[in-house]
Write a protein that binds this ligand. Structure first.
Ligand code: MIC
Ligand code: SF4
Length: 639
């Protein structure tokens, strides 16, 4: 067996390990963050379960840390108290980004982790089966329920050779994205192997599994080996180590080889993470901003290299450099060993340990500004500046370029390569993680006025005749559907307010039009809903009356979120039909319930005067959810 199969086998509670069929997995650990957590805990409360049933559940506060109003602080108080009551550990604001902290302090090889954030696969860096999901699925897992996925294919990335100085883990995942594209991982787990694995430390492996989310993969995983053991030991958790490796005769559905020694510094150009080219080929373009940090590249190793490059230099005139350490552990270690002083002396603007600019919480670039970021996503508008040009690069490329003022290949810029080792002991201080109250203790849950009830759907009607209120193209991200950023993110627990911004990047008139039409259908291209796990990209369309999304294909987490909300994700049987439908066409589905159950839906385009068919390939549970108008309705027994 390969690693993926071993991890699935040891957690299988439903179905059989037959590719393409639905399986249920036992979830050992969960994590939430504050932008998806409020909704997840409201849903957990709605289930009426007293205490979480997982081995460890942790709530992190890392996204909504700009507090320009009462909203975020209210949400944090709610999450803090609801966690205390129900058995969830609470990582306070300032303690760091969920994925970085979870890797350092809580993740365990061989365990499953479900997180209400798409970059949860970071845990694959230590041999976990770590997956992103919508908040409702995480709530179910906290209540002891299984998590359902399609039994994935396994793609092996065979790493050979060793990285050259100034070429790093970010360049590895950018190369994999260049080869496989943002759709290339759909339905698959990306498993890393080969002798090259041995030259990569845990933080480097975690950079790679983290950004595997951009491949659309179910998750990514590395073996758990001596390097994992050394990392856990340095975190004071050697007892959490177990070895996990693929059998010698393990088989894979596909194999690709990446020769680490042949890689050069790469960059993902605007506006997609797979729009990858060599830094050298892109040329020395003038830059306005450099942002170093995010759950992809904010480890001790990353920031020590950055500090060494910056030491004794000055950030170029006209360039703004920000550095956000991934965790309190990283931040404190940099402060204690003096590296922080090298960073600030060079002129960097040091931000708190949080997502920050990655999710548009401040630091939007200037108009048409060029920003180099060590993050994982460069979708249009995500930075907060619609015409901002975001390039995703390694910390080494970012730091060197911040000094030169132009995009610079760090391998031949005359800098000395900083040899940084993973320390034998990290600085351990969990004083910012609050333990839950004992079971049965009286805890008052605080709820601010920003927390509004979440919308519920109705049973699927038998006849639906509505307009195609919006038609969009390929690779629509959840950042298009439900943007984030500093103005909108504070309203994650207020769906009516959020709804005003739905599809703002594509068509700001959409919310008003959808409301005026009493809802309707969305027509999408390939890979609809890629990117984040935010279930708000389903809850808001539900609030606006969307009944189905008809697309050429869907991203995994978003499709699951739509089903959980009772919105049908339907796939064109003949992709060419996508072209034939125009925005505002009236579409009619008759016998919707019966057709849905049959797995195939014929739709009449009333305006165009033709029929077309859609695949409705759902498991029994998914079918029930759609008929009932979503998971919560199904649990309540509505049908
Ligand atoms: C992201 O990187 O897009 C986020 C913000 O972390 C999201 C979660 C969210 O929208 O709250 C994700 O990756 O799932
Ligand atoms: Fe936060 Fe960015 Fe990571 Fe999402 S991708 S969890 S916003 S740092």
């Amino acid at each position: 067996m390969n690693i993926t199969e071993k991890l699935i086998k040891s957690h299988l509670v439903k179905g059989e390990m037959v590719k393409g069929t639905e399986i249920g997995l036992k979830i050992d650990q969960t994590l939430t963050q504050d932008a998806t957590g409020t909704m997840a805990y409201l849903q957990f409360e709605a289930m009426g379960i007293d205490r979480v049933k997982t081995e460890k559940s942790v709530a992190y506060i890392d996204h909504n840390t700009l507090q320009s109003g009462f909203m975020n602080a209210d949400d944090h108080n709610y999450i803090r108290t609801v966690c205390k009551k129900h058995g969830v550990y609470y990582s306070r604001p300032g303690n760091g980004i969920c994925h970085q902290v979870h890797l350092e302090r809580f993740g365990k090889p061989g365990k499953t982790l479900l997180g209400s954030d798409s970059h949860t696969p970071t845990g694959g860096g230590i041999g976990m089966l770590a997956m992103g999901a919508g908040g409702l699925d995480v709530a179910v897992a906290m209540g002891g329920g299984a998590y359902n996925i399609t039994m994935p294919k396994v793609i092996k990335v065979n790493l050979i050779g060793k990285l050259r100085p100034f070429v790093s883990a970010k360049d590895v995942i950018l190369e994999v994205l260049r080869i496989l594209s943002v759709k290339g991982g759909v339905g698959s787990v990306i498993e890393y192997g080969g002798e090259g694995v041995l030259s990569l430390s845990v933080p480097e492996r975690a950079t790679i599994t983290n950004m595997g989310a951009e491949l659309g993969a179910t998750t990514s995983v590395f073996p758990s080996d001596e390097i994992t053991k050394a990392f856990l030991k340095a975190e004071g958790r050697e007892e959490d180590y177990v070895e996990i490796k693929a059998d010698d005769d393990a088989t894979y559905d596909k194999e690709i080889t990446v020769d680490l020694s042949k890689l050069s510094p790469l960059a993902a150009k605007p506006h997609m993470p797979d729009n990858v080219d060599e830094v050298k080929n892109i040329g020395k373009i003038k830059i306005d901003q450099v942002c170093i940090g995010s759950c992809t590249n904010s480890s001790y190793l990353d920031l020590m290299r950055v500090a060494a490059i910056l030491k004794g230099n000055t950030v170029a005139e006209g360039v703004s450099l920000t550095v956000s350490p991934g965790s309190k552990q990283v931040f404190t270690m940099l402060a204690e060993n003096g590296a922080l002083a090298d960073i600030t002396a060079a002129g960097a603007r040091v931000l708190e340990c949080a997502c920050g600019p990655c999710i548009g919480m401040g630091q939007s670039p200037n108009s048409a500004g060029v920003s180099l970021r060590t993050f994982n996503r460069n979708f249009e508008g995500r930075s907060g500046t619609k015409d901002g040009k975001i390039y995703l690069v390694s910390p080494e490329t970012a730091a060197v370029s911040a000094i030169t003022g132009v995009l610079t290949d760090p391998t031949d810029a005359g800098f000395e390569f900083p040899e940084i080792k993973i320390p034998n002991e990290f600085l351990i201080n969990d004083n910012m993680v609050d333990a839950p109250a004992p079971a049965g203790a009286e805890v008052e849950v605080l709820r601010g006025p920003n927390i509004k009830p979440f919308p519920l759907n109705e049973n699927l009607p038998d006849v639906i005749e509505k307009k195609a209120v919006l038609k969009v193209g390929d690779n629509i991200t959840t950042d298009h559907i439900m943007p984030a950023g500093s103005k909108i993110l504070p309203y994650r627990s207020n769906i009516p307010h959020l709804s005003q911004y739905c599809f703002e990047v594509c068509d700001p008139t959409f919310p008003e039009r959808a409301k005026a039409e009493g809802g309707g259908f969305i027509i999408g291209g390939a890979n609809y809903g890629q990117g984040s796990s935010r279930e708000h990209a389903a809850l808001v369309p539900l609030y606006l009356g969307i009944k189905a999304v008809m697309a050429i294909s869907f991203a995994r987490i978003h499709a699951a979120n739509l089903i959980n909300s009772g919105i049908m994700p339907l796939v064109f049987e003949n992709a060419a039909d996508y072209e034939k439908i125009s925005q505002n066409d009236v579409l009619k589905i008759e016998n919707a319930r019966e057709q849905l159950a049959s797995g195939r839906i014929t739709v009449n385009n009333v305006t165009g005067g033709f029929d077309f068919t859609l695949k409705a390939d759902f498991s029994e549970k998914q079918l029930n959810m759609l008929l009932s108008g979503g998971l919560i309705n199904m649990m309540k027994g509505n049908n």
